[in-house]
Design a protein around this ligand. Structure first.
Ligand code: KIV
Length: 273
């Protein structure tokens, strides 16, 4: 079979093999133009269900649908050729049964061409992770703070300070690794616990609010780019300040439109001489 025309994306297996090599670089991406800019610099791009809050102004990720994830997965695939692209399974598309999870994940893989899916959950999702991975679907796990469970866990806060919390995250991480995930996100978890889990599991841990002790890092790209002025959690660093730049550009545009200085002659079509 010819491989001409096939992209040489980083595979989930290659991400898994990076454990112990160098830190894994990962960001979220939701649209083609941003994915195009991030792709050369990232090992993994996640089409996260955070898009519900970041792009659609939702209060939580609970309202995100499978169709939304597929549309944005397709957009990101169109803009990338290097990074491993993983698409989140949204709330309600996989928790009911392993069969439901397979149907949702298969739809995502078939309709987007992405490299795998991410799902949130620990011990309770281990059977599902094993079911998917043994049937050809690479799974990226997600333990620690799980935003899809915000309605039962009571909000967004860092975890692992009490023995009970730490023990749960520890057991969740081990279960997801043993079930066959190729890597896992650890979100909002105190540093010593993230360090301990990273040493204990065979697969890479990708931290968000879980310290540099993890095998890699992920941030929501819009956070990292400084596109939100009003909210900056402790674990976010702005590597650019795009929000004030966008505001200033909009202000300058409005002034020029009102003054009729835009469009100028060079932006205007004239009859041929
Ligand atoms: O949905 C998302 O963007 C995520 C990352 C923050 C890990 O799950």
């Amino acid at each position: 079979m010819s491989t001409v025309g096939h992209t040489k994306r980083i595979t989930p297996a290659a991400i898994e093999a990076m454990k112990g090599q160098r830190p894994i670089v990962s960001l979220t991406a939701y649209t083609t133009p941003i994915a195009r800019l991030l792709d050369p610099h990232c090992d993994l791009l996640l089409v996260g269900d955070s898009l519900g809050m970041v792009l659609y102004g939702m209060d939580t990720t609970v309202g995100v649908t499978l169709d939304m994830m597929i549309a944005h997965g397709q957009a990101v695939i169109r803009g990338t050729k290097h990074a491993c692209v993983i698409v989140d399974l949204p709330f309600g598309s996989y928790q009911e049964s392993k069969e439901q999870a397979f149907r949702s994940a298969a739809r995502i893989l078939k309709e987007t061409g992405c490299d795998g899916v991410k799902l949130e959950g620990g011990e309770e999702m281990a059977e599902t992770v094993a079911f998917l991975t043994s049937r050809g679907i690479p799974v990226f796990g997600h333990v620690g703070l799980m935003p899809q469970q915000v309605n039962t866990t009571g909000g967004y806060r860092s975890l692992g300070r009490s023995d009970k919390e730490a023990d749960k995250i520890r057991r969740d991480a081990k279960a997801i690794s043993a079930a066959g995930a190729f890597a896992m996100v650890i979100e909002g978890t105190i540093e010593p616990l993230a360090r301990e889990i990273t040493a204990a599991v065979a697969i890479p841990t990708i931290g968000i609010g879980a310290s540099a002790a993890c095998d890699g890092q992920i941030l929501v790209s819009d956070d990292m780019l400084g596109l939100f002025n009003d909210f900056k959690p402790r674990f976010v660093k702005h590597f650019a300040e795009l929000a004030p730049m966008v505001s200033k550009a909009a202000e300058a545009y409005a002034e020029e439109v009102k003054a009729r200085t835009f469009p100028a002659l060079e932006h205007t079509f004239q009859p041929k001489k």
